[in-house]
Design a protein around this ligand. Structure first.
Ligand code: ADP
Ligand code: MG
Length: 274
């Protein structure tokens, strides 16, 4: 895959600066600041309603911040209108909660959706991209299926493939393993590792499953005897470019490494980690 990094390569992939967001009169995010560096994966943990999905929606401009700034690849997108936001969204792949596939469209049409909408490529060119992307998530054989014929794991992989069309530099995953059995969840996590370690994709991974978080924080894709395999990083965890944020009631109560998270004395965090 070709990912064209921009000139402002040293700017973080994503940066939130003192972001506050209200729904009606209620603040759902309060003075949120963090950044995702290039190639980094940021795991956002937090209970239901803590504001995780809202953070992702702010980054793709689906909702607007009331205070503060949002930067994507060195650009302040906070006040962007629809047209420039479309350009930003081309660089970002979003995997929505529940996968959110179109049930009346085939896998090929779901995955190629953006390309069909843009109308810039011929049908066979779109199918070529779709086939390649489905290959990346090991779903070539499902290209003609309808979403109702897919298992839960296949649906999520289809949603990831759809987000990957256009080779985004940034991926946003909103609870991509929710409701999946542990083995299927593992295949999704390995896909996220593959994108981080082989494709250098920057990402935010929202989850409330600690198993996901520990997989991403401790394992890497490496090449061994010409094959790519997933390996636990036993010697130097800092080689894994993954860090944590914990949200509570719209505020950040923790930012740092897995080790620091595990050693936190905060009673809420300790309860969350059980
Ligand atoms: P999470 O993803 O962590 O479960 P959300 O970001 O979806 O949390 O929601 C944060 C809070 O904002 C919740 O209390 C939720 O009910 C509220 N909320 C989310 N979307 C809307 C909306 N469109 N209108 C009003 N309130 C909303
Ligand atoms: Mg959510």
């Amino acid at each position: 895959m070709n990912r064209h990094h921009q000139r402002s390569d040293d700017a973080p992939a994503i940066e939130l600066k003192h972001v506050t967001k209200y729904y009606d009169e209620t603040p759902v995010l309060k003075d949120i600041s963090f950044s995702v560096e290039r190639g980094e994966t940021k795991i956002i943990l937090g209970g239901s309603g803590s504001g995780k999905s809202t953070i992702l929606k702010l980054i793709i401009g689906l909702v607007q911040a009331d205070e503060g700034e949002i930067w994507v690849e060195g650009r302040n997108i906070t006040r962007y209108g629809e047209r420039p936001l479309m350009e930003v969204r081309k660089r970002i792949g979003m995997v929505f909660q529940e996968g959110a596939l179109f049930d009346s469209l085939s896998v090929a049409e779901n995955v190629g959706f953006r390309l069909y909408e843009q109308g810039e490529l011929e049908e066979d060119e779109i199918l070529e991209v779709v086939r390649k992307t489905l290959g990346f998530v090991n779903l070539e054989d499902a290209i003609e299926k309808m979403p109702s014929e897919l298992s839960g794991g296949m649906r999520r992989r289809t949603a990831i493939a759809r987000a990957l069309v256009g080779t985004p530099n940034i991926m946003l995953y909103d609870e991509p393993t929710a409701g999946l059995d542990p083995i299927t969840a593992r295949t999704i996590n390995e896909l996220v590792l593959k994108l981080r370690d082989l494709e250098d994709v920057s990402s935010i991974f929202v989850t409330h499953r600690l198993n996901d978080a520990y997989t991403l924080a401790n394992e890497r894709f490496i090449q061994e005897n010409g094959r790519w395999i997933v390996r636990r990083e036993l010697t130097d965890p800092s080689r894994i470019n993954t860090h944590f944020i914990m949200l509570k009631d719209g505020g950040i109560i923790f930012q740092g490494t897995e080790k620091a998270l595990r050693h936190s004395g905060d009673p809420y965090i300790k309860r969350f980690l059980i």
